[in-house]
Design a protein around this ligand. Structure first.
Ligand code: IMP
Ligand code: MG
Length: 182
């Protein structure tokens, strides 16, 4: 049973919903109606957050998707490879990178430096979760941050363990048995 592997629900559905709405309002206030804005979802972890966030941004934004890989098991390796690139050019556009979590910051650092070479007008970062205790790249900061969380491995609302559990509507800390059984 899914419920049996939950150690603790860290952020429940209602809290997520309220915070995502606030983030959307803040993003809406930061740009003008005629700005050319693209929300860039970092797949796969960002897809649930991006879908909810996009609906709370009251501006005519484009949505694009990028899949990079940098993560195996529960620790980050720092190797970032593009698996799926953006469909549209970002030249001259305001880019908002939408991430599930900033952990070490390595993924984001690599993605930002790749995208900067494409001459966007600006690049900002909106992350749902931030684990500041784990940051190895100090210069990586989110412009919008949903929740600062402790140094625990978390799953749900887009975040996976071994590609599963992204579909759970809350953020939770799994019981250690979840890894031990694998
Ligand atoms: P970073 O490069 O260390 O910042 O790692 C970023 C990526 O690692 C995130 O986009 C997530 O996909 C994954 N990640 C980091 N921490 C967690 C976690 O606690 N649960 C699930 N995935 C995580
Ligand atoms: Mg992941």
């Amino acid at each position: 049973m899914l419920e049996n592997m939950i150690e603790e629900i860290l952020i429940d559905e209602k809290t997520l919903k309220n915070r995502v709405k606030e983030l959307g309002e803040s993003i809406t206030a930061a740009y003008d109606e005629d700005d050319d804005i693209v929300l860039v979802c970092i797949l796969r972890g960002g897809f649930i957050f991006m879908a909810d966030l996009a609906r709370q941004v009251k501006l005519p934004v484009a949505c694009d998707f990028m899949d990079v890989t940098s993560y195996e098991g529960t620790t980050s390796t720092g190797n970032v490879r593009i698996i799926k690139d953006l469909e549209e050019s970002i030249e001259g556009k305001h880019v908002i990178l939408v991430e599930d979590i900033i952990d070490t910051g390595l993924t984001l650092k690599h993605v930002i430096s790749m995208l900067e070479t494409r001459k966007p007008k600006s690049i900002k970062v909106c992350t749902l979760l931030d684990k500041p205790a784990r940051r190895s790249v100090k210069e990586v900061e989110a412009d919008w941050n949903g929740f600062e969380i402790p140094n625990k491995f978390v799953i749900g609302y887009g975040l996976d363990y071994d590609e599963k559990y992204r579909n759970l509507p809350y953020i939770f800390v799994p019981k250690p048995e979840l890894y031990e059984d694998n």
